[in-house]
Design a protein around this ligand. Structure first.
Ligand SMILES: [Zn+2]
Length: 70
């Protein structure tokens, strides 16, 4: 039976708990590696990815604006 483990987040350097339930979830999904980041940093990274999407959207709007001027 798996036990809770304490891992160090490579993003913020803080310790976080990799619970037995999460370990089970990971092995069910076939993940070989331990999570490198704490839940808070994982959320932050997801938010950053959304920001990239909206930046791409802005660039598309800029292209449209230039096309109208030409
Ligand atoms: Zn972290």
């Amino acid at each position: 039976m798996a036990e809770d483990r304490t891992l160090k987040c490579k993003e913020c350097g803080r310790d976080f708990t990799f619970t037995a339930g999460e370990q089970e979830f990971y092995s069910e999904k076939g993940f070989q590696n331990d999570p490198a980041r704490c839940p808070a940093c994982r959320r932050a990274r997801k938010a950053a990815r959304y920001q990239t999407y909206s930046q791409t959207g802005l660039r598309g709007g800029y292209t449209m604006y230039r096309a109208r001027r030409m």
